[in-house]
Design a protein around this ligand. Structure first.
Ligand code: ARG
Length: 588
């Protein structure tokens, strides 16, 4: 299906040509002056120089060629040389019918689908999920869905953090608390217990305690560093503990991501890269990329045009243990081997940008990736509290994701019960569904790279640019359609007829923007564009609805046309929120 803008431009271009001008001047944009026109063409202004003519003369010549246009109901040349345009209602209605018949609502799928590995989520085992991990999950999930909708093959990888210092810290703290455990006996050769020596609750308490201790106690810290190193070397007792940590931690993480409707295709982890490290390091040395610097092994990654200093990429620490960069590099090797991706896209806190610059450069320089493989970093900003500082609990601690979700759900529940007479059990489920929309929309409606303020009151409001408002609109449409069906009507009959009012036409003009919006959200990896779009659609729908008595309309053809228009509006909104990663209840 052609985009509406292409059709409008084609019409303008042939008019330019018919009037003796270059057709490339026929570019059309949405109007800057919605009070005067719906679309406009500024080509005459641009052509004035070439043709040594006043722009208004060119504009008039072109407008004269469009008097009988099947596309435009109004074509006006206005000073100094703009062409103001309004689209014909019958042309618009026909376009919407085509869109309605198209499964993808006019979106053009990628001609050559890419294999994209999406690295998002990135939680660390044994640490509770906190709000810092929320954004990666929400943004990544949406980008995954958008890329898939565009026809690409996307492999979402949670890339668990399980190979760094936090593991050594936990092991060392455990040892301090219970040195008698068999995992710490040097000469032990038997099998290790199946039962973990801790619960998830204990584990989550152990990590922060260990982390705090390591900051005060240098000896403890050195032990933890050594433990990390020994774990990476595969020391039996430590591997057994690592296994316990994974078994206790991963189901908990899965449950959390489930409640966020975030679904990873693979649950790989840093440690999966371990087998690739020795070879990778050996090659980097042999080929002369890696050299020793103060005991550590590094690869230079600075480039001539750098405006700021890019330090060398560390490959191994002086004790031979691997670092965050090491596992990320070796993971690239692994991903190439397992999936041969066209692109690897990382959705990670923007404060890690330097790390990814180093990793990407090092991977290219040392030939870990093919030249044509794209490595991209989508760095997101911080989620702040209402005080503008990184989001904390009331007590000033790190906010656990679970608690944050619970808080939102409670607030949603309160509002839903206050508003409606939904039965209690129903209201709980609905509150969770709407609560998720509140959180996700609140996040995604901001440009990902920017910091934003997490504001429970605003996000859970049924009015304004919020998730609940969008859901409310869908629920409203759903309810009209249900009532129509209950009265014996059929949603499949009839067709969208030309708009009968300005409000209806406005809604139609919003609907046709679906495909270009989704395509540009894909191109720019920008879910916020979809949010802005569905807010416009919802506003247009609600104002149309306000002015139109749909179900009591007596003209059957008119009524059926509106029903079809509502079906399309609902479909547009429903697909759009699915791309954002949430869904609408049947009622609220
Ligand atoms: N675990 C990391 C953290 O919490 C994020 C991992 C992001 N992905 C990656 N391949 N480095 O900061």
């Amino acid at each position: 299906m052609k985009k509406m803008m292409e059709l409008l431009e084609a019409e303008l271009s042939s008019a330019f040509e018919a009037a003796g001008y270059d057709p490339s001047y026929g570019r059309v944009t949405a109007s800057n002056r919605p009070d005067l026109c719906e679309y406009q063409c500024n080509g005459a202004m641009a052509g004035a120089k070439t043709y040594h003519k006043a722009p208004i003369m060119i504009a008039s010549d072109v407008a004269a060629k469009l008097h009988e246009s099947p596309v435009f109901s109004m074509v006006e040349a206005v000073k100094p040389g703009f062409i103001n345009l309004k689209i014909r209602e019958d042309f618009l209605a026909e376009y919407l019918r085509d869109m309605q018949a198209d499964e993808l609502l006019g979106v053009s799928r990628a001609k050559t689908p890419k294999t994209i590995i999406l690295d998002y989520g990135g939680p660390n085992v044994a640490k509770p999920l906190h709000v810092g991990h929320l954004r990666s999950a929400i943004i990544g999930e949406s980008i995954k869905r958008i890329c898939r909708f565009m026809g690409h093959k996307v492999i979402g990888d949670v890339h668990l953090g399980d190979w760094g210092l936090q593991m050594g810290l936990i092991i060392t703290e455990l040892r301090r608390r219970a040195p008698e455990l068999v995992y710490f006996q040097e000469d032990y050769e038997g099998a290790y217990p199946e039962e973990p020596p801790f619960t998830i609750g204990e584990l989550e308490e152990i990590y922060p305690a260990a982390s705090a201790r390591s900051k005060e106690d240098e000896e403890f810290r050195n032990e933890a560093l050594l433990a990390t190193h020994l774990l990476q070397q595969g020391k039996r007792g430590y591997m057994a503990l690592w296994n316990h940590i994974m078994n206790v931690s991963v189901p908990d993480l899965k449950r959390n991501y489930d409640s966020l409707s975030v679904e990873f295709d693979i649950w790989k982890k840093e440690s999966d890269a371990q087998p690739y490290i020795p070879d990778m390091v050996k090659r980097m040395k042999e080929e002369g990329f890696a050299y020793e610097n103060q005991g550590a092994l590094v690869v230079d990654v600075k480039e001539e045009n750098d405006t700021k200093e890019i330090p060398p990429c560390m490959i191994l620490k002086s004790d031979g243990s691997s670092l965050y960069t090491t596992t990320d590099l070796a993971t690239i090797v692994e991903r190439r081997k397992l999936f041969d991706p066209d692109e690897i896209l990382y959705v990670v806190d923007k404060r890690q940008e330097l790390h990814f610059i180093q990793v990407f450069r090092c991977a290219r320089k040392t030939g870990l990736v093919k030249d044509e493989t794209k490595l991209s970093f989508l760095g997101f900003g911080t989620m702040n509290g209402r005080d503008g500082k990184p989001f904390k609990t009331r007590e000033g601690g790190v906010m656990r994701l679970e608690n944050l979700i619970r808080e939102i759900d409670e607030e949603m529940f309160r509002k839903i019960v206050e508003n409606r007479s939904v039965k209690d059990t129903d209201a709980r489920k609905t509150a969770e569904q709407v609560g998720l929309a509140a959180i996700k929309y609140g996040d995604l409606s901001n440009q990902a790279t920017k910091d934003y303020i997490f504001d429970v009151d605003r996000f859970t409001s049924f009015e304004g640019n919020t998730g609940p408002y969008i859901l409310y609109t869908i629920v409203r449409i759903h309810s009209i359609l249900s009532r129509f069906e209950e009265a014996g009507g059929s949603l499949a009959q009839g067709r969208i007829e030309p708009a009968a009012s300005e409000g209806e036409k406005n809604l139609m003009k919003e609907l046709i923007r679906f495909a270009p919006t989704v395509e540009s959200a894909y191109e720019e990896k920008a879910p916020h564009k979809i949010c802005a779009y569905i807010y416009d659609v919802s506003n247009a729908f609600n104002s149309f609805y306000h002015d139109t008595k749909i179900l009591s309309e007596e003209n059957a053809m008119q009524k059926q046309s509106w029903i079809r228009l509502l079906c399309l509006t609902k479909k547009v909104l429903t697909i759009a929120i699915d791309l954002l990663g949430f869904s609408a209840p049947e009622r609220m």
